[in-house]
Write a new protein. Structure first.
Length: 180
């Protein structure tokens, strides 16, 4: 009889384990969907911001092109061409949703893998230069802070002597010159 009971317990344990596993999978899928929704929303927000900024840049470049043309400069045509491309990119970013952007990046990567490698390399170099430039200023500030902390912890407390007891520059012996 105890063998029959033990067998029923295993079936019940397996059923509970299967239910727990199913519940964990459902929870993970829901969390994945929520994370995807948040990322998609963030991507759309960022692309809309980038679109607005690019439209502002295109507007400024268009004014520059008009000024160059008024001044008779031959570079006005090149500025106008670049301005057109910037406006096209700004319009694309403003109209595209997160799924379309992802699809377009994936298809570009499939059509031109070396282009994606080049873009990744360029972004990596730019990021490393940015980090290097910002780290040197942070390092310098940290070094100064450490030196201040070290000098303040090593400096003995100054005795409270009257000013007349302190030697003046005239009373100090001269420092001997070094000979080489």
């Amino acid at each position: 009889m105890s063998e029959l009971y033990a067998g029923d317990g295993n079936v019940a344990d397996q059923s509970l384990a299967a239910q727990a596993q199913e519940k964990a999978q459902q929870t993970a899928q829901q969390a994945s969907r929520r994370a995807g929704d948040v990322l998609r929303t963030q991507a759309e927000t960022r692309t809309n911001e980038a679109s607005e900024q690019l439209h502002a840049v295109a507007h400024a470049m268009r004014r520059t092109g008009h000024q160059l043309r008024a001044g008779g400069r031959p570079t006005a045509g090149a500025v106008d061409g670049i301005t057109e491309r910037i406006e096209q990119l700004a319009t694309y970013l403003g109209n595209a949703d997160g799924d379309r952007l992802l699809h377009d990046v994936e298809s570009f990567g499939r059509r031109r893998p070396w282009g994606m490698i080049g873009i990744g390399l360029g972004l990596g170099i730019a990021a490393s230069r940015f980090l290097k430039a910002s780290s040197s200023s942070r390092y310098g500030a940290a070094q100064q802070q450490r030196q201040l902390e070290f000098s303040s912890s090593r400096m003995p407390a100054a005795p409270h002597a009257p000013a007349s007891a302190m030697p003046s520059a005239q009373q100090r012996p001269p420092v001997p010159a070094r000979t080489i």
